[in-house]
Design a protein. Structure first.
Length: 284
């Protein structure tokens, strides 16, 4: 593990503990109160948070609230129909991540991974430990283990392609994983799913960083506006969390909805992106 990996993991766990304290509090916590509960000085705690998201802990708390999700829907709800007109390659998500992707054919998916070699490894990320999986064409799975546990994440992901051969080989995936979390280079995806699921995941790829969408908007964007419930199921089955940004899908009310790897992870992702997007706007 590199020094950067250790730093990202440490920052994430500090943030995760702070989120738990914020959730349990009846009112917003002051910097001194949060720092004391983290066992740190106020100055050190402030530096950690500012280094991680670029804003103060006080402002960061605002990004962890339901009101922030509702604000995103009012001010930053993406219009997927418009993005479709420009084509997938014009979406902000692909531009941000230099992302290339390829979908498995329906016939190959029906074979449940037969004849496919999937390499896997454990990595550190800004959102805790992640189990990454990939074929020779790109990443096909990213599961965050902090809330569900490593064993449950492995069973979940490997069970999706039960006929595949799994080989532990973190080095084969490292460049793609590094790119996924802003380390430079290009991230590549190999989408392995049913045709309807892949349509939903393609729509998610068009949601720009710092924006959100709704399950209903996704349903309309894929030409099936009544399939909101099926869209929600497909969003939940997204195997490549973060890169395919299912954390940006919210209920029409502004509620967070569910998240396959735990709501604390979803909230952390939205807060991380929202704070950084606003910090960038302020600097512009």
């Amino acid at each position: 593990m590199t020094d950067t990996d250790q730093s990202d993991t440490y920052h994430y766990h500090v943030m995760r503990r702070a989120i738990a304290e914020i959730d349990a509090a009846d009112a917003p916590l002051t910097l001194d109160q949060l720092a004391e509960r983290m066992g740190m000085s106020a100055a050190h705690f402030q530096r950690l948070f500012t280094a991680w998201v670029g804003v103060s802990p006080k402002r960061y708390q605002q990004y962890l609230t339901l009101d922030h999700a509702r604000h995103l829907l009012r001010a930053r709800c993406s219009t997927l129909e418009a993005a479709q007109g420009a084509g997938l390659s014009g979406g902000g998500r692909l531009h941000d991540l230099f992302l290339r992707w390829e979908a498995m054919s329906p016939g190959a998916y029906a074979r449940r991974g037969a004849g496919l070699t999937i390499r896997y490894g454990m990595f550190q990320s800004p959102f805790g430990e992640v189990l990454a999986m990939g074929t020779e064409k790109g990443l096909c799975g990213m599961a965050f283990t902090g809330e569900v546990g490593e064993q449950a994440a492995w069973q979940d992901m490997s069970g999706r392609w039960p006929e595949a051969q799994f080989v532990e080989d973190a080095d084969a995936l490292r460049d793609w994983v590094d790119a996924a979390f802003g380390g430079g280079g290009a991230a590549r995806l190999h989408l392995i799913g049913a045709p309807f699921q892949i349509k939903v995941w393609e729509a998610l790829l068009r949601v720009p960083t710092g924006h959100v969408t709704t399950y209903g908007e996704i349903a309309s964007a894929i030409g099936n506006p009544r399939a909101v419930r099926a869209v929600g199921t497909a969003v939940g089955r997204n195997p490549v969390s973060w890169l395919i940004p299912c954390h940006r899908a919210l209920r029409k009310s502004g509620g967070l909805g569910g998240y396959h790897w735990g709501l604390p992870v979803k909230r952390a992702m939205l807060a991380y992106e929202g704070a950084r997007a606003d910090a960038g706007d302020d600097a512009a």
